[in-house]
Ligand binder design. Structure first.
Ligand code: AMP
Length: 412
């Protein structure tokens, strides 16, 4: 089995990895690191949880340290573009950790907070800038940031960028970069729009693909519980009586549901916090940190707010609401089986959500075990089963969304 030391990475980076206890690269790291070190453009098809952040951070740090160029104010040499603030912060943290013995400087910028500190850090000169698209454009329009010295460009989670409506921003950012540059492009899925974007950005790329859905899903103990909508809070409370549910990430469909679930749990004396788009950045960050450190047992999140959250040791994921996209299910439950560890996922299913369950089972190609032995088991929901099944559309064949549905999506 290949080890990090076989990958010809700078000793100073290896020392940081040893301290972290990383010995063996994950499959994406093993394949991507040598290619990036050789200077190839890269198309990485991988999702969060596969170790993709280190797959690009480690060779970038190595290359930067070899080039030994002085940082110039406001003009980063590496730009990492990522869709969410949480992900941006995590990548920045990872860079600082992996590069702790290197002299390079790293900065992170994202919206929703004042720009002053971010501008200050840029002014001091940084090698690597991690950014979300909106704030990046904003600061460059104010001439507080220049992209003309970028040598390496990383586009992370390209498909999420599309989901979150950042496509236009990206199209504005690309022409601001030098045309000759080294490009690394990551996406969990490759719908045609993303493939077209990759073709536009990358030059003769090497493709690296890891298929975590099947492997990740296989490691996770999954269960379904049929329940009537009004009994979901009682079922959640019932499950949380079990102390084995130590660090629990609960997914809900809408912001107001997240707040309501937290209120109910707090009334029962269960420490919990909510993260969703309406929460201020500081509050979201605090909630995530408290959860990561075990001060809060339950974190309740909407899909968008939870993107890219990287927290170790989540024992259980509970799908309080089951969304209508099977891929979201795979992403959600993947939070509990990080880097090869095992985890458990429990999914609540009402009669209305049965159709979504059929979709999930088709995508993951497995039937999820149903637990009937629970006090809130709903026979109605269970019976809703077969009726919906033949009408299910496969992935990619999504119906145009109704106005009402679009509104609900925007409300997340
Ligand atoms: P990512 O897919 O980049 O979000 O990484 C998922 C998790 O795996 C993070 O908690 C990393 O710190 C961890 N990780 C990444 N690479 C390795 C490795 N080679 N060995 C052990 N843990 C790793």
């Amino acid at each position: 089995m290949i080890k990090f030391k076989d990958l010809k990475i700078d000793k100073l980076i290896l020392d940081a990895l040893i301290e972290l206890g990383y010995e063996t690269p994950t499959p994406i790291q093993e394949q991507a690191i040598p290619l990036v070190l050789e200077g190839h453009d890269l198309l990485g098809i991988a999702q969060t949880g596969t170790g993709k952040t280190a797959a690009f951070c480690l060779p970038i740090l190595h290359i930067l340290n070899q080039r030994k160029l002085k940082p110039s104010p406001k003009s980063p040499r590496v730009l990492v573009l990522t869709p969410t603030r949480e992900l941006a912060i995590q990548i920045h943290d990872n860079l600082k950790t992996y590069g702790k013995y290197l002299p390079q400087k790293y900065a992170v910028i994202f919206g929703g907070v004042g720009q002053h500190k971010q501008v200050q850090s840029l002014g001091q000169g940084v090698e690597v800038l991690v950014a979300t698209p909106g704030r990046l454009l904003d600061l460059s329009q104010q001439r507080l940031l220049k992209l003309d010295k970028v040598e390496i460009f990383v586009l992370d989670e390209a498909d999420r960028m599309l989901d979150m409506g950042f496509m236009n921003d990206i199209k504005k950012i690309i022409p601001m970069l030098p045309s000759k540059r080294h490009n690394l492009f990551f996406s969990a899925t490759m719908p045609s729009v993303i493939q077209a974007l990759a073709n536009k950005i990358l030059e003769c790329p090497k493709k690296v693909e890891v298929t975590p859905p099947a492997t990740t899903v296989a490691l996770i103990h999954q269960e379904v519980m049929y329940v009537d909508k009004l009994e979901k809070p009682a079922l959640l409370e019932h499950l949380l009586k079990d102390k084995a549910l130590k660090k629990v990430l609960v997914f809900v469909g809408m912001k107001h549901v997240a707040n309501r679930v937290v209120e109910k749990l707090e009334k029962c004396g269960i420490s919990s916090a909510a993260i969703h788009g309406n929460k201020a950045q500081g509050a979201r960050q605090r909630a995530i940190e408290n959860f990561a450190q075990g001060k809060v047992r339950v974190l309740v999140a909407t899909d968008i707010a939870s993107r890219g959250i990287d927290i170790d040791g989540i024992t259980h994921v509970i799908n309080y609401d089951l969304g209508n996209l099977a891929e979201a299910y795979v992403h959600r439950i993947g939070r509990t089986a990080r880097a090869g560890s095992e985890g458990a996922a429990i999914t609540f299913v009402t009669s209305e959500e049965k159709i979504n369950l059929v979709n999930v089972e088709r995508t993951t190609k497995q039937k999820i075990k149903v637990i009937v032995n629970q006090p809130f088991h709903s026979v109605t929901a269970e019976k809703a089963a077969a009726v919906a099944a033949p009408k299910v559309r496969s992935r990619g064949g999504r119906r145009p969304q109704s106005k009402k549905r679009q509104k609900r999506r925007l409300d997340r």
